[in-house]
Unconditional design. Structure first.
Length: 590
């Protein structure tokens, strides 16, 4: 347990820039104590025990869930707050219509007033972290200053945190500054501000997830996407998964779906019974950093080292690996409890809730027992399918990029873009029903290009131009696909079984990428014929497959019209190539 940096590592291995910044922040926020995190297991256990003693963490049943704890966040602080999240660039046009904006001086003034003296009576934790494997040239470091020990525990599980990161920062010479305080949790005094030009973040008034674990969405997506554009790579809201067939051939896919639309589940997929000899390897479940490699392919690393996953819906049938992984050494947030202190959530399919996520006696009239955005935090190494290559400095080569959304109608089960530029349009066209991962109405379709609407740290028009530039950066780019696991019939029932059976669709995607599967050419791209998707052993009829793979020209004309209107809101910065692709699809639709 270190109160000074030289207790973590030798002084020569500490960046003076880090030391000066910590001193400056401590002078402004006035904490009672300063704790430099070394990232050791001992530190993790001591901090966790302190939170248990303070009543902030509850120890779950040690017989059934050894090493598991429950944290209850403030009921007004249960999800990301997009309306309070800002990108603060000198020019508003650089942040774009896709971001809330304040000028950097205004934003700093507002945030500095909130941070003034806010850590009185509290401990200031210095959390040096590395996003990505410590030895990878693609990785980037940051330091989060926080007054929340719960945040420290999460950062310990989610990032490579502590001494080695501090030492790498001294070698790199640069780091992202993330300043966080839970403040008084008053939603009126809650803001998450990003300063990409300064590589810094200031977050006040929330202790939850992406608002507070600054390595995740704030650094690894909003700030990193800005850096990636300058440096010629991509920071994306994508899972990374390896699919190994019975012949031992492995293909890696990176897939972008909006929040709570199935990334963790796909990354940890369990092959259906009929798929003997197939293996799934998880590289990452939320974020991918993609770099053009010397061989012309795109290579992906996962900047994270743990999962902050949606709990509701997780059970031994939908996602056995996830279910088993969270039976021990897991930090739960906002789940319910059974009479014997086991965690409980909707979709668990065993046990009875007795205490709800707010700690009240469970009453079904008050809504679900677990919060719909209840989460688990767990080290990636607990996943039985964790790929050893997740620690590789180079990452893995990507065979296919897959976009997807949650849409009852319209979007077919799967289709393939004609080429890279068309694929960028397909990514830009992603729309999805909103979920509980962000505060706001649930179930309304909104545009969420590349699943990055809440996470792109700059103007989407420039972002699409950056995507469109990749054929000049890499000669063997992956093929681009779009999937939709969430089509429903009139009664509201899902048409596609989803989960493990999604492998049947990945198989077609991989075979198409390898040039060995047939397809129908349509106005929106290449679609499998119903018989091209293997449904053996499944209770999915031919008419259902036909419905899942139908392209209704009238509906698609309307969709493309809506997309055109949306794209045009980005004005003069919009790359002409994107509008050309849009025009071509409209022409093909006739
Ligand atoms: P974030 O962590 O918010 O980025 O979410 P995510 O994209 O990782 O989503 P996740 O895998 O946690 O799934 C979110 C919800 O969708 C859960 O309730 C899942 O049970 C459900 N879900 C995931 N995959 C499928 C699927 O193939 N079909 C259906 N019907 N539901 C799914
Ligand atoms: C998401 O909303 O996409 C998440 C959860 O992964 S959070 O970390 O809160 O952003
Ligand atoms: Mn996510």
């Amino acid at each position: 347990m270190a109160t000074a940096p030289q207790q973590v590592t030798t002084l020569s291995q500490i960046s003076p820039a880090v030391r000066d910044w910590v001193a400056e922040v401590a002078g402004h926020t006035k904490p009672d104590r300063v704790h430099w995190c070394d990232g050791s297991d001992e530190e993790f256990q001591v901090l966790r025990q302190e939170l248990v003693s303070d009543g902030e963490l509850l120890t779950l049943n040690p017989q059934t869930h050894p090493g598991c704890h429950l944290y209850r966040s403030h009921p007004s602080d249960v999800a990301r707050v997009e309306h309070l999240t800002f990108v603060c660039t000198t020019s508003q046009a650089d942040a774009g219509p896709n971001n809330h904006w304040l000028s950097p001086p205004d934003a700093h003034r507002r945030m500095d007033a909130l941070f003034n003296g806010c850590m009185r009576g509290r401990t200031l934790y210095v959390v040096p972290y590395c996003m990505g494997p410590l030895q990878s040239p693609s990785s980037r470091c940051g330091v989060e200053i926080t007054d929340s020990a719960y945040v420290v525990l999460n950062m310990h599980l989610m990032t490579r945190m502590g001494r080695p990161a501090l030492e790498r920062i001294a070698r790199d010479g640069s780091f992202v500054k993330g300043l966080h305080s839970t403040g008084d949790l008053n939603p009126e005094r809650r803001f998450i501000m990003h300063f990409p030009e300064e590589l810094s973040i200031k977050s006040f008034g929330s202790g939850y997830g992406g608002n507070a674990l600054l390595g995740k969405k704030c650094h690894a997506l909003r700030i990193a996407s800005w850096q990636a554009r300058q440096e010629g790579w991509l920071a994306e809201h994508m899972l990374i998964v390896g699919v190994e067939n019975p012949a031992g051939e492995t293909h890696y896919l990176a897939c972008a779906f909006p929040s709570a639309c199935g990334k963790t589940n796909l990354a940890m997929l369990i092959p259906p019974l009929a798929y003997k000899g197939w293996k799934i390897w998880t590289l990452g479940d939320d974020i991918a950093w993609l770099h053009p490699g010397k061989d012309g392919r795109l290579w992906a690393i996962n900047p994270e080292s743990g999962y902050f996953g949606v709990v509701p819906g997780t059970n031994a049938k939908t996602n056995r690996n996830a279910y088993e992984m969270i039976q021990h050494d897991t930090l739960y947030t906002n789940v319910a409890l059974t009479a014997d202190q086991q965690p409980w959530w909707e979709g668990l399919e065993s046990g009875q809730p007795v205490v709800d996520w707010q700690g009240r006696p469970y009453d079904s009239k008050r809504g679900p027992a677990a919060h719909p955005n209840a989460r688990f935090t767990v080290a990636a190494t607990q996943n039985p399918g964790y790929s050893p290559l997740a620690e590789s400095a180079a990452g893995v080569p990507i065979s296919a990029l897959v976009f997807g959304g949650r849409r009852r109608e319209l979007a077919p089960l799967v289709y393939q873009a004609r080429d890279w530029s068309h694929g960028v349009l397909v990514g830009a066209s992603v729309a999805s029903e909103t979920t509980a991962a962000a505060v706001g109405e649930v179930g309304v379709v909104r545009r969420d290009p590349m699943a990055m609407k809440p996470f792109c740290g700059y103007n989407f028009a420039d972002y699409w131009a950056h995507w469109l530039s990749f054929p000049t950066r890499a000669t063997k780019l992956p093929h681009i696909f779009h999937v939709n696991w969430f089509r429903r019939d009139k009664a509201g029932t899902f048409l596609w079984p989803g989960f493990g059976d999604n492998l049947r669709v990945l198989r077609w995607i991989i075979d198409r990428s390898a040039g060995r599967a047939a397809a129908n050419e349509t106005a929106i791209g290449f679609l499998p014929k119903p018989e091209d998707i293997d449904v053996s052993g499944l209770d999915v009829s031919l008419p259902t497959m036909q419905e899942l793979l139908a392209v209704d020209p009238a509906l698609w004309r309307q969709e493309m019209k809506d997309l055109g209107e949306y794209l045009r809101t980005f004005g003069a910065r919009l790359p002409p190539k994107l509008m050309e692709e849009h025009k071509k699809v409209l022409e093909r639709l006739g």
